[in-house]
Design a protein. Structure first.
Length: 703
């Protein structure tokens, strides 16, 4: 079914819609008053107000005259009916749970809602023969989608069933009369079957010492039709046309035991369908509903639904705390049950209903309900603004929101929403989200959308600022270096590069002044290893020319080769770069020279296997005095200042020389090589130990 919209503004005052005369409306008002008094329990001012509706409708009385002649209570009720009428003028989609809750929250007096229900029941009874088919269909649809659920919420189950059945009768005439005829045809046999089922069960249950009464009830025509549609079957395919209810009278401490005892007796008598067992006694529903439901195969092989509960459970369910409206799948709101139970209880037990005044709708004090121009209804927390509404509809609408129009009046984005407001959003293509918007909105949905929009805007503006700065450098024929640029950013007091470009985009920083600062830093400071500049490891590389000359590998240390041979020409192998103190061996090359390798050189196994005859013993002699080149592999977190911390350890030791450093950064980690000149393995081990203590360093190893 398409969205259902009201066809008329005159919801309660139906004279114009159906052509009722003043006398007919007075008669209908008397009938509505009778329903209120006999079937709902209202008295006094509420009954008086209902009798006055036709006089207001036909202009025979004003609200002021009502208050003067009949008192403020009657005037208040009529005023509440008028407020509800104004809601309908917004053309709402009425089959939503939100709209039902809005009506409850919008009514100044609960008696207004009860009058609405009674008036609709009476109207549904009167329009059977009306010639205005379109109006009858609209009224019937409203009864099914709005008034029946409202009656259910208040525990007015008889009126709820009547509204549903009459709606079905008018909207789906053939289905209604088909089911009614089928029920009529089977009534005698059904009543006899129910009696035959109940009698032996009641005898056995009572024989077991359980005090109870058992009753059977035929389901409503509307309920049967809904089952037929859901199960996609004919009338004959609905096996549970009625339900048996066993209501046990016992102390609360014996409730579970006696309910299960009754269950055991019934399932001993009749075969149960285990798939249809519903145990809401061991674990009650979240709404408080307690009952055992079982379907058994009764006499003549017919399935029968049996509900087992105590008097207390039945009272709770019937009164509305657990409420069939939620049990049947209609969603509710937190706190609604308790509130409505209080209303229902007062209707049943109060001698006078003046106490109804205390039930102003504070139930929804944390929620407001507002309309779109189309009549769609949305729920927001109290304090939500026009900007919240815009972002709820669509992110683009929120991002371009400049204000709104509430009930025809232009307001700012900060305007707080009230229940019943009709909100239209005003936009501009030049508008964009601002940081202060986060303090305007109330909903987390709007906040997250604003943050996302701000991030996207910042990224776009940052890219624009970066491109603008690059053009300034290009105009002055400068190729900026990342390391120097980073130093400039830090000197200007920015921890994040994104903040730096954001300030350029917003005009807080002048691009030409930044270029001048870059030149000052580049020419005025020596950005090399060992200085005090905090730098990232990313793309850090030092040239050889900045350090000591490369050692040729020819050393003047005494090195004993083979059988105490000294003074032989030898070179240190590049594949393993041995230094003084390393376990070594010699390898005789083709031209007669000797290459010195470490014992753990990666090439050692192959040299020994293939050219074992060329391998000679070698060892260091005397005290090491030359410097040797070694390469260290370093891995760690790419933290600001990590390079300085590494190189400062080397620069502080006069006997260590850093030959080169080449470090790459990726995804927050750096890895690279340090080439260091040092004297021997003991100094190497000490250096590695120190480097491993640097915060953020994860691994240091010689390669």
């Amino acid at each position: 079914m398409n969205n259902l919209y009201l066809c008329t503004e005159n919801l309660y005052f139906m004279a114009e819609l159906f052509g009722f005369t003043y006398e007919e409306r007075k008669r209908m008002a008397a009938q509505t008053a009778e329903i209120l008094e006999e079937e709902i329990g209202l008295k006094g001012d509420a009954i008086q107000a209902v009798h006055l509706i036709p006089d207001i409708e036909f202009g025979k009385l004003t609200m002021e005259q009502v208050e003067d002649q009949y008192g403020p209570q009657a005037a208040q009720i009529l005023h509440g009916l008028n407020r509800i009428q104004q809601l309908y003028q917004k053309n709402p989609v009425i089959e939503s749970e939100n709209f039902r809750n809005l009506l409850l929250s919008f009514a100044e007096d609960m008696r207004v809602i009860l009058i609405m229900i009674a008036d609709r029941v009476n109207l549904m009874r009167q329009i059977r023969d009306t010639k205005n088919v379109e109006a009858k269909m609209a009224v019937s649809q409203e009864a099914a989608y709005l008034y029946a659920p409202l009656a259910h919420k208040l525990g007015l189950y008889k009126l709820k069933s009547e509204l549903e059945d009459l709606s079905l009768k008018y909207m789906e005439h053939d289905a209604y009369y088909m089911i009614r005829e089928k029920l009529s045809e089977t009534k005698a046999s059904r009543d006899a079957y129910i009696e035959a089922f109940i009698k032996p069960v009641e005898a056995k249950v009572k024989a077991a010492g359980i005090n109870c009464h058992i009753k059977g009830r035929t389901k409503s025509i509307h309920s049967i039709w809904e089952k037929m549609k859901k199960q996609k079957c004919g009338f004959e395919g609905i096996y549970d046309l009625f339900a048996i209810r066993i209501i046990i009278d016992c102390p609360e401490e014996k409730e579970k035991m006696q309910c299960w005892q009754a269950y055991s007796i019934i399932t001993d008598m009749y075969q149960p369908n285990p798939k249809r067992l519903r145990d809401w006694i061991s674990v009650p529903k979240s709404n408080g509903y307690e009952s055992l439901h079982i379907t058994v195969l009764g006499p003549d092989q017919k399935w029968v639904e049996v509900q087992i509960r105590t008097e207390r459970m039945d009272e709770v369910a019937e009164r509305g705390v657990a409420a069939h409206w939620r049990y049947k799948g209609v969603k509710g709101e937190t706190g609604l049950d308790e509130w409505l139970t209080g209303i229902r209880s007062m209707l049943e037990h109060s001698d006078g209903l003046d106490a109804m005044d205390q039930f102003k709708m504070d139930l929804y004090e944390d929620e407001v309900f507002v309309f779109t121009p189309r009549g769609d209804l949305y729920k927001f927390p109290v304090g939500a603004t026009v900007l919240d509404f815009a972002y709820h509809i669509h992110s683009k609408l929120g991002n371009q929101c400049t204000g709104g129009r509430i009930n025809g009046r232009v307001v700012s984005i900060r305007q707080v929403l009230k229940s019943g407001d009709q909100v239209e959003i005003l936009t501009s293509s030049n508008q964009k989200p601002r940081q202060e918007w986060l303090s305007i909105v109330k909903t987390s949905r709007a906040k997250s959308k604003i943050r996302l929009a701000l991030k996207e805007t910042q990224q776009k503006e940052g890219l624009f600022a970066k491109e603008m700065l690059e053009r300034k450098f290009k105009n002055r024929k400068i190729e900026p270096e990342d390391s120097v640029m980073f130093h400039v950013i830090k000197k200007l007091g920015f921890k994040e590069v994104s903040d730096f470009y954001k300030h350029i985009a917003e005009g807080d920083l002048d691009a030409n002044a930044i270029v001048d600062k870059y030149i000052e830093v580049r020419d005025g400071e020596k950005v090399i290893t060992g200085d005090n500049v905090a730098r990232s490891a990313s793309e850090f590389e030092l040239e050889q020319s900045k350090f000591s000359p490369v050692n040729t590998g020819i050393v003047d240390d005494t090195l004993v080769i083979d059988r105490n041979l000294k003074g032989l020409d030898y070179q240190l192998a590049r594949c393993c770069s041995p230094i003084y103190g390393d376990p070594i061996f010699g390898f005789v090359t083709i031209n007669g020279g000797i290459k010195i390798h470490r014992q753990d050189c990666p090439n050692a196994p192959e040299l020994r296997r293939r050219y074992g005859y060329r391998v000679v013993k070698a060892k260091w002699s005397g005290k090491g005095s030359s410097q040797y080149s070694i390469t260290l592999r370093v891995i760690g977190n790419d933290d600001i200042g990590i390079v300085n911390n590494l190189t400062s350890i080397i620069s502080k030791d006069e006997k260590l020389v850093l030959r080169s450093i080449n470090i790459d950064s990726h995804d927050g980690l750096f890895s690279g090589n340090l080439v260091v000149m040092l004297e021997d393995t003991s100094r190497l081990e000490a250096l590695i130990k120190k480097l491993r203590t640097v915060k953020g360093v994860k691994q240091v190893e010689r390669i």
